[in-house]
Design a protein around this ligand. Sequence first.
Ligand code: NAD
Length: 474
Amino acid sequence: MSKNYQNLIDGELVSTDATMEVLNPANEEVIGLVPSCGKEELDRAVAAARKAFKSWSKTSIEERRAVIQAMSGAIKENADELFRLLTSEQGKPHEQAKGEIFGAAGMMAAQSTLTLEDEINEDSDQRLSRTRRVPVGVVGGIVPWNFPVMMAMQKIAPALLSGCTIVLKPSPFTPLATLRVAELVKDIVPAGVVNIITGEDSLGPLITGHEDIDKITFTGSTATGKKIMEGASKDLKRITLELGGNDASIVLPDADVEKVAEQLFWSSFSNAGQICVAAKRIYIHEDIYDDLSAAIAKVAEGVTVGDGSQQGTGVGPIQNKKQFDRVCELIQDAKDNGYKFLTGGDVDPSGTGYYVPITIMDNPPEDARIVAEEQFGPVMPLMKFSTEEEVIARANNSEYGLAGAVWTKDTDKGVAIAEQLETGTVWINEFLHLSPFAPFGGHKQSGFGAEYGKEGLLEFTYPQVITVKKDALV
Ligand code: NAD
C-alpha cells in the first residue's frame, strides 16, 4: 500500500505539490510517494540550517552528544518498523535490514563519544599557541541507495557533534526509512539543525552549487563524486567523498577451504553484492582453487534469492532497474566472451522484481569487464593466482582503492601483503567490518578524505590557531 511521506525542514514536516514514486524492488509496486524538491525547498532548508547554525554551533559538545544519543535511541526503539520499511524499499532481507538499522543507531551512539579538545602547539615563555576546532557551517549530505539509513546517520552524527547543521538528500530510490527517521527525531533535534529533503538526482547539483552550503559529504559513485568535486570547486566548499570500489580478496594456499568458503561467499553476496566494500574480485591460490571454488559454489546452492520480506531469503533483488540492467549487461558480456560460469548467469528479464541469480564465474581473464569494473551486484569472479608478487600487482591494478582482504593462517604474512595493497582498508581473515573509531576512506579514485573516527569528525571542522604573546609590549 502506498503512503505519503514528508520532508523535514526547519523542524516542520512538509509536503510539496510535486511528488516522486518509490518502488519495492521485490515486486515493482509503488510503496510510497515523497516530495520532489527543487531550488525553492532547498533554499528554505539551507536558510533554516544557517539560522540554526548560529545557536547550535555555540552549544557544548555534551549537549550535542545528548541529542545524537537521543536520536540513536529513537531509531533503536522503532527498529522493528524501520527495518521492515527498509526491506520494502531497498530489497535487502529482513535480517540484513535489521543489521543496518541497529548498526546505524549503534554507530551514531559510538561516534557521539568522540571528542574535540584543543591542542597546545606551544607553551613557552614567549607564547601560548593552541589549535581549536570550529565547525565549518552548513553541510550538504548526499546519500546512495545501498545502505540508505546507515549512510544518512553516519553523516548526520559527526556533522552535529562538530557543531554543524545539515541538509541531507537521500537517494530518490530509497528515501522512506530515512524520512520515517526524520519524523521520529523531529522533536528531539532543534529546528533547522537537521533538514531532510527528497528530490530527483537533479537536486544533487543544486546542493553542490548552493552558495550558502559550506561543505559536501557524499557517498555514491566515482562518476558522481567527480561532478561534486567540480561543483564544489566554485566556492571551495570542503568535501568528503566516499566512492566506488573494486575490492580484491586474496586467499593464500594455507587457508582452510571449508572455513573460508562461507565467509568469502557472504563477503561478496551480502546485500546482493551492493556494498562498496564487498569482495568484487576473489583471487585464490592455484593449489586450492578447485577445492575452494567448489566449496563456494556449494554454499551458493543453499542460499535462496527472493523477496527480502520472506523468511529464508538470503539474497534479495537488485535495488533498482538501472542497476539491474547494468548487472545483466555484465553477465551478458561474460557469456558473449565465452567465460565459464560455476553457477547462475540466467536472468529472467521479463519477470517481476529485479532478481539476479547468484552468479559465480570461473577464472575469467583479468581484462574481463566483470573483473575490471565494479559490478555492484550478486556476480562474483573467482580467479587463480600462482605467486604473491603476481596477485599483489593484479589486486592493485585498479583505478579504485577502497578496501581488500587477505585470508591466511599466517597473519604476519597477511599483514605484509596488506601493507602492499593500495587501499584505505585491508582486513585479514574477516570482511566488511568498519569501526566508528577508525578512519574509513578510499585511496585513488575511491574517495577523498575519510568518514568515521577522529579523522572523519575533523573533516567537519576548520582548525583555528590562537596565539597569545606572553611578553608582548602593549
Ligand atoms: P550515485 O552516485 O548515482 O548517487 C548517489 C547520490 O548522488 C544519490 O542521492 C543521487 O541522487 C545523487 N546524485 C546523482 N547525481 C548527482 C550530481 N550530479 N550531483 C550531486 N548528487 C548527485 O550512486 P548510487 O548508484 O546511488 O550508489 C552506488 C555507488 O555508490 C557505487 O559506486 C558504490 O560503490 C558507491 N558507494 C560507496 C560507498 C563508500 O563508502 N565508499 C558506500 C556505498 C556506496
